[in-house]
Design a protein around this ligand. Sequence first.
Ligand SMILES: *[C@@H]1O[C@H](CO)[C@@H](O)[C@H](O)[C@H]1NC(C)=O
Ligand SMILES: *[C@@H]1O[C@H](CO)[C@@H](O)[C@H](O)[C@H]1NC(C)=O
Ligand SMILES: *[C@@H]1O[C@H](CO)[C@@H](O)[C@H](O)[C@H]1NC(C)=O
Ligand SMILES: *[C@@H]1O[C@H](CO)[C@@H](O)[C@H](O)[C@H]1NC(C)=O
Ligand SMILES: *[C@@H]1O[C@H](CO)[C@@H](O)[C@H](O)[C@H]1NC(C)=O
Ligand SMILES: *[C@@H]1O[C@H](CO)[C@@H](O)[C@H](O)[C@H]1NC(C)=O
Ligand SMILES: *[C@@H]1O[C@H](CO)[C@@H](O)[C@H](O)[C@H]1NC(C)=O
Ligand SMILES: *[C@@H]1O[C@H](CO)[C@@H](O)[C@H](O)[C@H]1NC(C)=O
Ligand SMILES: *[C@@H]1O[C@H](CO)[C@@H](O)[C@H](O)[C@H]1NC(C)=O
Ligand SMILES: *[C@@H]1O[C@H](CO)[C@@H](O)[C@H](O)[C@H]1NC(C)=O
Ligand SMILES: *[C@@H]1O[C@H](CO)[C@@H](O)[C@H](O)[C@H]1NC(C)=O
Ligand SMILES: *[C@@H]1O[C@H](CO)[C@@H](O)[C@H](O)[C@H]1NC(C)=O
Length: 652
Amino acid sequence: MLLGLLLAPLLASGTSCPVFNCSSSAATSGQCITYTNTTGVDNYLVTPCVAGLYCGFESKASSTCKYPTDYMPRYPGEYCFDALDCHSGTCLNGKCSGISSGNPCNMTYECNPKLYCDSISDKCEALLNIGNACTDTSQCSNSVCDSLVCTAYFSKANGQPATEISPQGLAWACKTGFAKGGLCAAPPVSPPTKVVTNCTAGEVCKDQNGVSNKTCTCSYNGKAYCPLFEGDTQVQAMITGIQTILPYNINCHTLNRFSYECFVASANTTITSDYVTWAANAQLYLNNQWVLQHTSQICVNETLQASYLNIVNQSEGKIQQCPVYTETNYTEGWTANMCIFATDDIYYSNLMTTFQAKPSVCGTSQYCNAIVTTAATSSYCTPIAVRYPGDNCTVGTQCSSNNCTNNICTGAAFNQTCRVLSDCNPGYYCNTTGSVCIAAVPQGGVCSSSLYCQANLTCNLGICIPFYSVKLNGPVEAVSGEHGFSLACTTGFAVYNSTTKNTTCKTAPKSKSVNAKCTPGQLCKDSSGVYSKMCQCGTNGVAYCPTFEGDSAATKMISYHKKIIAYQSNCNTVVIDQWCYNKSSTIYKYYNNYVAYQNEYENAPLLVDSRDSFIGNLYFSVYWAAYDQIDHSSSFGASLALSIVSFVAFNI
Ligand SMILES: *[C@@H]1O[C@H](CO)[C@@H](O)[C@H](O)[C@H]1NC(C)=O
Ligand SMILES: *[C@@H]1O[C@H](CO)[C@@H](O)[C@H](O)[C@H]1NC(C)=O
Ligand SMILES: *[C@@H]1O[C@H](CO)[C@@H](O)[C@H](O)[C@H]1NC(C)=O
Ligand SMILES: *[C@@H]1O[C@H](CO)[C@@H](O)[C@H](O)[C@H]1NC(C)=O
Ligand SMILES: *[C@@H]1O[C@H](CO)[C@@H](O)[C@H](O)[C@H]1NC(C)=O
Ligand SMILES: *[C@@H]1O[C@H](CO)[C@@H](O)[C@H](O)[C@H]1NC(C)=O
Ligand SMILES: *[C@@H]1O[C@H](CO)[C@@H](O)[C@H](O)[C@H]1NC(C)=O
Ligand SMILES: *[C@@H]1O[C@H](CO)[C@@H](O)[C@H](O)[C@H]1NC(C)=O
Ligand SMILES: *[C@@H]1O[C@H](CO)[C@@H](O)[C@H](O)[C@H]1NC(C)=O
Ligand SMILES: *[C@@H]1O[C@H](CO)[C@@H](O)[C@H](O)[C@H]1NC(C)=O
Ligand SMILES: *[C@@H]1O[C@H](CO)[C@@H](O)[C@H](O)[C@H]1NC(C)=O
Ligand SMILES: *[C@@H]1O[C@H](CO)[C@@H](O)[C@H](O)[C@H]1NC(C)=O
C-alpha cells in the first residue's frame, strides 16, 4: 500500500457513473452510506458521521460509522492513541510497536519499521539496502524491488529494464516514472486542451500523441474524467518531490511507507508539513484525486473526500486546529459513568481531539461533570453536590452532615468530633489529625493553605489576610503561570519575576480588543504588549484571545466578590457554594454576578456561541444559570460566557 488510504475505485455500471446524494438522516442509525441499485444505477445516499467516527466506502455496499481504527488498524511506527489503534495491540510513546529484529514472525506487518518478515528464517530481519537481491518491494529499504534488485526510486535512465509498475502505470524505478515495453521511456502527457475534460466512463483517454491510453473514470459528481498521464507536471512534481520525504520515510513501516499515520507520528511539524505538501500533489495521481476532486457536494467532501481535503488544507496551512465537540448517540467503547468521550486520534488524515457527548446519560441524581481541557480528557457523571454545614437545606439528606436544622445544614460544633475538613460549622474546620473542630485561623494568623483561614480571608505567604489587600508591588503567593489573577492583590493581578523569584502585585493589563480571533498555539498580547496569554479554542471550533485581568469581566468579578466576602462568615470554611449564598436574596444576586463574571473572565473564548447549543449548556450550565439571574446589560451576554468547572467555590 503506497498511500495511507487507497480508495475503492468507483466502478461505472455500463456508461453511467454511480450517483451520490446527501441525506440529513441515515436510513438506519449509525449508517453513513445507504446503497441501492433498483434503477440499475448504483445509488449512494450519504450521511456524514459525527466527528470522531469514520465512514468507510465500499463499492456496491452500505457502510456504517466506526472508529477509524476499526477500519484501519495501524502498523508499527504509525501514530497511536491507545493499544486498540495498533495491529500489534501495543502503543508506546505515541507509536505502534511490533516485533523487533531477530524475533519470530509470521507476516511482515508484525515487524517494526526497518524490518521485514523473512520467509525462510521466519524472523523479523533488516530491510535490504539498494543493490541487494529481492523478490518484493516490502523487503527493500527506502527503495523498490525492480528486476529482482532493490533499486532507488526513480533512478533508471531510459532504455533500462523496469518491472515494478503500479496499477496506475507508474514505473517506480524509472527516472521518468514511465516504462514502455518493459523499458524506461519518455512519459506520455495529457493533450493540451484536455486538462479537466469530461469523457464517457469506461472509454479510452489518449495522451497528447495518441499513443498511450488510460480509462475514463467516474468522479463522485456523476460525471467521468480522464486521469493524469505520467508526463503531466503533477506526476513529475511527485517524482522529484519524493526526495524531500525519503529521509523520514525509513521510520515508516515498509508496507505503508508513505502514510500520513506514519509521518504524523514524527511529532515534528517540519516533517509533517513536508509530507502533506508532497501527498496533496501525489494523491492526484496515486489515488486518482485528479478525477475524484471534481465534486461539489458537502456530504461527499465530509466523508468520501475528507482525507484528501484535509491533506490539501494542511498543505495550505488551513486546517482546523481546535478540538471538535459533538453530540452523539454512539457509545461503543465508553466506560461506566462516562458522559463525554474524549479522544486524540487521526480522523480522515487529520490528527485532532474530539469530545463526544451523549445527552441525558446521567439521569436525575447525577450531573455530567463536564471538564474543559485542551487535552483529550473524558468526563463522567457525578452525584449532584451535597451541601455543607452553613448551607441552605430543606431535608437532612441534602447535607453532608445529614442534619438540616432550621433550614441550615448543621455540622460539628467547636471541639466536637469530625472526619473531613468540611465537617464543621461556619468559622471552624476539622483538624483531621485530632478529629475535632477547631477555629479557622483569623486575620494575621499562620496558615499553610487558604482552607484553614476564616472564610473571608486568603492565605498569603503563610499568613491569613483579607482578600484584595496587598498594595502595588507588594509580595504575594505565586500565581499560575508567569502572571495572572491574584486574590491577595488590590489590583487582582500579580507577576512573577524570574530573577528575584518573587511574585508581586502589578497593575492589571487589558486586552487590545476583547474576544479577538487568533491562531491556536500562538500568543495574544495585552494592549501594552508586555503580557501575553495563549490563544484559546472555543467549543465552536474558532479560537479567540482570552481576557486579561484588567478587562471588565475580571474587574466586575472582583467588585462582586467584594460584596459577598463579609457574608462568607456564614459559610463553610472549606467549601463555599451557591447554597450558602442563596439564604439571602441580595447576597445571592451578587453571587450570581460574581459567578457570571468569573466565567467570562476565565473562559470567555469557550462561551462564544454556547448559549443555545447542547454542548454549550452541558459545559456552561452553571454560567448560563447565573447569567439568567443577573442584570446583564453590561456582561458579555448572549454572545459569550463560560463555566465554573465545578460547583465548589473559589477560595480553595
Ligand atoms: C444491487 O445491489 C445488491 C446488494 O444490495 C447486489 O447484490 C447486486 O449485485 C447489485 N446489482 C448490481 C447490478 O450491481
Ligand atoms: C505464527 O502463527 C502461528 C500459527 O498461527 C502461531 O502459533 C504463532 O504464535 C505465530 N507467531 C507470531 C510471532 O505471531
Ligand atoms: C461533458 O460535460 C458537458 C457539460 O457538463 C456535458 O454537456 C457533456 O455531455 C459531457 N460529456 C461527456 C462525454 O460526458
Ligand atoms: C491502450 O494501450 C494498451 C497498451 O499501450 C493497448 O494494449 C490497448 O489496446 C490500448 N487500448 C485502446 C482502446 O486503445
Ligand atoms: C524536525 O525535523 C527537521 C527535519 O528533519 C529537523 O531539522 C528538526 O530539527 C526537527 N525538529 C525537532 C523539534 O525535532
Ligand atoms: C467540495 O470539495 C471540492 C474540492 O474537492 C470543492 O471544489 C467544492 O466546492 C466542495 N464543496 C462544498 C459544498 O464545499
Ligand atoms: C439521538 O437519539 C435521539 C432519540 O432517538 C434523537 O432524537 C437524537 O436526534 C439523536 N442524536 C444524534 C446526535 O444522533
Ligand atoms: C442536628 O443538629 C442540631 C444542632 O446542633 C442538634 O441539636 C440535633 O441533635 C442534630 N440532629 C441529629 C439527628 O443529629
Ligand atoms: C474539648 O473537649 C475535651 C473533652 O471532650 C475537653 O477535655 C477539652 O477541655 C475541650 N477543649 C476545649 C478548648 O474546650
Ligand atoms: C490538630 O490536632 C493534633 C492532635 O491533637 C494537634 O497536635 C495539633 O496541634 C492540632 N492542630 C491545630 C492546628 O490545632
Ligand atoms: C472576617 O470574619 C470574621 C468573622 O468570622 C470577622 O470577625 C472579621 O472581621 C472578618 N474580617 C474581614 C477582613 O472581613
Ligand atoms: C434558601 O433559603 C431562603 C431563606 O431561608 C429561602 O427563601 C429559599 O427558598 C431557600 N432556597 C432554596 C433553593 O432552598
